[in-house]
Design a protein around this ligand. Structure first.
Ligand SMILES: Nc1nc2c(c(=O)[nH]1)N[C@H]1C(S)=C(S)[C@@H](COP(=O)(O)O)O[C@H]1N2
Ligand SMILES: [Mo]
Length: 370
């Protein structure tokens, strides 16, 4: 590095902060693949229904690792940006390596920034774009992780040298490399603690920036309210029917009919793709018991439709292994009280190990798919 740059702009710093950044990106990538798998309409290998808290854990880690990466990425970029002004080497081979290096770093930075910006916006429930969040976030994840692998390969020697370099050198303000790294790690820890209370109950007191903190009717947060979904109280009154269909067999049930069936109680979490999660005690009818009313075969996939008139996720598919799991309920009550309208009155799906977005509220039809 040319002497006019501070010794803080050095591989001793960038390799160390990069190591943590790599751990965060890899964690976010792997847990993101889990989430993608869980949300595919009908994956060839079914997403498992156990453990019931699995998605709560992986999606909590997904959002926490992305959050932790933000300060690390900023410090990493700051530590390396003088390299942008480096004169390119002469000669064929060295120049080719340099070009490859710059392209992989360019893709890695652009992809990493895109992933963190879209992910954070999503976890704050802000969707200021027109493209499909999940498809795009998933595609760019592969590009970013590919660029990361290329970067690690091209930089293996420099990284090893950087990790072995000492941390005592000071910048012009007196800050040492060690001090800079500690500040970066501290910023990262604060970012996680400030938000992780959305998934970890005992962190709620310190998580001042969490989007959801366990509040809401019946002790559970609400993501899309009845008003937002265009569900009105009148649609859920005496005229409400749950339609069950299987080929030419069909049955129609009132809420009182559902209440008259055998009731089961399960403790299951709502684990939102946005990272927040909370456990609830749900009581209602086993989905399998409902499917028996129309003679559905074991493990049949079920199409579930909501009363909602606005927004996405009015229709979801409950895969066969979820429909067959005895813990999967069409819930009628939450934490000992009839569901509030915002939690999906008259009835809603609650299944183990399922992304919140697929736990359909205000269910009005369940149709067995061939
Ligand atoms: N019909 C319908 N059901 C829905 C949604 C929706 O938009 N429409 N949102 C889902 C999302 S994103 C989550 S996280 C859970 C939240 O359930 P809760 O509001 O009861 O906590 O409901 C899900 N059920
Ligand atoms: Mo959600």
């Amino acid at each position: 590095m040319s002497p006019r740059w501070s010794p803080l702009h050095d591989p001793a710093v960038s390799a160390r902060v990069g190591r943590w950044l790599g751990i965060c990106f890899t964690t976010a990538f792997l847990t993101g693949l889990v989430s993608h798998w869980a949300q595919l309409p009908l994956p060839p290998v079914p997403f498992p229904t156990s453990p019931s808290w699995g998605y709560r854990l992986t999606q909590g880690l997904h959002v926490a690792s992305g959050t932790a990466a933000v300060p690390l990425l900023l410090v990493k970029l700051w530590s390396v940006y003088p390299k942008l002004f480096r004169r390119p080497p002469r000669g064929g081979r060295a120049l080719a390596v340099e070009v490859l290096d710059r392209v992989s770093v360019g893709v890695l930075v652009a992809g990493g920034v895109f992933m963190l910006v879209t992910g954070l916006a999503n976890s704050a429930q802000w969707y200021p774009w027109a493209f499909s969040f999940r498809a795009t976030h998933h595609a760019v994840a592969w590009v970013t992780i590919g660029a990361l692998v290329a970067h690690l390969g091209l930089k293996a020697v420099r990284i090893r040298e950087g990790l072995a370099s000492p941390l005592d050198a000071r910048g012009p303000t007196g800050l040492t490399r060690r001090g800079l790294l500690r500040s970066a790690y501290a910023a990262s820890a604060v970012a996680v603690l400030a938000t992780a209370g959305a998934a970890v109950p005992w962190l709620r007191q310190v998580s001042v920036l969490a989007t959801r903190t366990g509040d809401g009717p019946q002790g559970l947060p609400v993501n899309r309210s009845a008003v937002a979904a265009g569900v009105e109280e009148a649609m859920t009154g005496d005229g409400f029917r749950l339609e069950l269909r299987h080929g030419d067999r069909a049955t129609s049930l009132t809420r009182a009919d559902l209440e008259a069936m055998t009731q089961r109680t399960e403790e299951l979490p709502i684990a939102c793709v946005e990272g927040w999660s909370a456990s609830g005690t749900w009581t209602g009818v086993r989905v399998r018991d409902l499917l028996d009313l129309v003679g559905a075969p074991a493990d049949a996939d079920v199409s579930v439709t909501s009363l909602q008139t606005r927004g996405a996720f009015a229709r979801t598919t409950l895969p066969g292994n979820f429909a067959a799991d005895p813990r999967t309920l069409l819930a009628l009550s939450l934490n000992g009280e009839p569901l509030s309208l915002d939690h999906g009155f008259p009835c809603r799906v609650i299944a183990p190990n399922r992304p919140g977005v697929l736990q359909t509220k205000w269910v009005t039809t369940m149709e067995v798919l061939a």
